[in-house]
Every structure is written in C-alpha cells, then in structure tokens.
Ligand binder design. Sequence first.
Ligand code: NAP
Length: 243
Amino acid sequence: MVDDDRSQPRRPYTVLSCAVSIDGYLGSAGDERLILSNAADFDRVDGERAASDAVLVGAETVRADDPRLVVRSPARRGARLARGCPSSPTKVTLTSTAHLDPRAAFFTAGSSERLVYCATPCLAAARDQLGAVATLLDGGHPLSLAGVLEDLHRRGVRRLLVEGGGTVLSELLTANLVDELQLVVAPFFVGDPRARRFADEGPYPWGPDHRATLAGVQQIDDVVLLRYAMSPRFAACRQETKP
Ligand SMILES: NC(=O)c1ccc[n+]([C@@H]2O[C@H](COP(=O)([O-])OP(=O)(O)OC[C@H]3O[C@@H](n4cnc5c(N)ncnc54)[C@H](OP(=O)(O)O)[C@@H]3O)[C@@H](O)[C@H]2O)c1
C-alpha cells in the first residue's frame, strides 16, 4: 500500500463505516440495538471487514451492542486464510475506564487477536479484568488516538475499519485521522434527542470552505451508501486496488 512512501503518515489507511437515520442518528435512546441497515449492506460491510487488517469500535459500542466483529462469510474467511491472514481481522477497542465484560462477544467470538488501548490510569484495572482475554496496551494519559493508529501501523495494520460509535467517529474526524468515510443512510427518522447522533460538536476539518470529496453513491436496496474521500490517500488506495 502507501507504506513505502515516506511522505505518508505512518498510520493505517483508515475507513469509517456507519449507518444513520435520515435525521442523523446512529441508534435509538433505548437499550435495544437499532437496526438501520439491511441484509445486503451488512454483507457489504462484511466484505469491508474481510478486506481490513483490524476493526476498531469504542468501548460503549462493545457494551451497548455486543458486536462480534468477525467476518461472517465462509468464502471471505477462506480467502483470508488462503492469503496467509487470520480468518477475521484483529479487534481493537479504546477505554478510559476498563469497564468491559470479558464475556462480551468482542472477546469471545472468533479467534482473532484483541487489542484494548487503555488510558494509563485504568491500565492496571484492565489487566486484572481483561488480561486473560486481550492484549492490554497503554494508550497514554489522555489516550492519544494518533498514537493508537501509529501503534497499529507498527503492528502491521495497513487498513483499519472503524465501525463506531459516535464518540470514536467524531474524535477521529476532528483529529483529521480519516482517509475514507462510508456513510449509509437508512430510510427512516429517529427523532429522539436522547439518541446518539453520528457526529458530536467539534472542529471538523471539512466545512463550507473545505468540502469533502463525494467519491461514490450507491443504492443498496432501501439504503444509500455515500462514500467520501477524506484524504489524498483515498485516490492512492483506489489506484492500488484496481484490478
Ligand atoms: N449505526 C451505526 O453504524 C453504529 C455503529 C456503532 C455503534 N453505534 C451506536 O453508537 C452508540 C455508541 O456510541 P458512543 O458514542 O456512545 O460510544 P463509542 O464511540 O462506541 O465508545 C465511546 C467510549 O470509547 C472509549 N473511548 C473513546 N475515545 C476514547 C479516548 N480518546 N480515550 C479513552 N477512551 C476512549 C470510552 O470508553 P470508556 O467509557 O470505557 O472510557 C468512551 O466512553 C451505541 O448506541 C451504538 O448502538 C451505531
């Protein structure tokens, strides 16, 4: 990939993937996980996962949604194994509290490596709680997202898929650490201010005077996928993946 180019940052090509309602919500205010996408789009995301070296979600998504974060398609798992990769990408999460259940599917589903970046003050608690089920890493105090991405790059992660939630997506976007945004819009409204919105307030690099590049629009049954190029690495990556 862009790895040999010294002018490029030493961080993975970072793709954000999420689904929102028409009014921009990532979920509902209730305890139940809100299904925004559809089967065909879940399969597309499975393909994105299969093409990635690691998948990252915030600790609140681990707690709220209990995602498995494994490649579902046997064919895609087989193709990964055939090219010498584990059947599913490395799972990554971030926490400043270490309030994570070792029985969560993040830790128990599949056999891929699990990395938990901890803010320094909670590292000892995390070791007690999660030491048997994950590799615990000191992310600094405060935890540095740029540092996490650099460390993932050092560990061989060249393509990172970030699957939410809103806090992590907003932090990466405002820190200008994103190369591609895949935003799926579901055909309904949530209309509840207690629910989680996609993007928090913050100093986003893209505004009226600096527009992101819309790189693709695709209807997938009843949802639409908007693909935005958020850095020059988007074009470089596309060139390399052309057949
Ligand atoms: N529609 C979609 O595509 C989609 C995808 C994923 C999730 N979601 C929804 O999004 C919601 C969760 O989003 P969220 O914004 O509440 O949470 P989130 O982004 O999943 O996780 C936030 C948590 O991650 C940890 N974290 C994030 N940045 C950190 C940093 N810089 N340093 C240390 N720890 C950090 C903290 O964990 P601690 O609290 O442990 O410190 C923080 O509370 C859920 O409702 C879920 O259903 C929707």
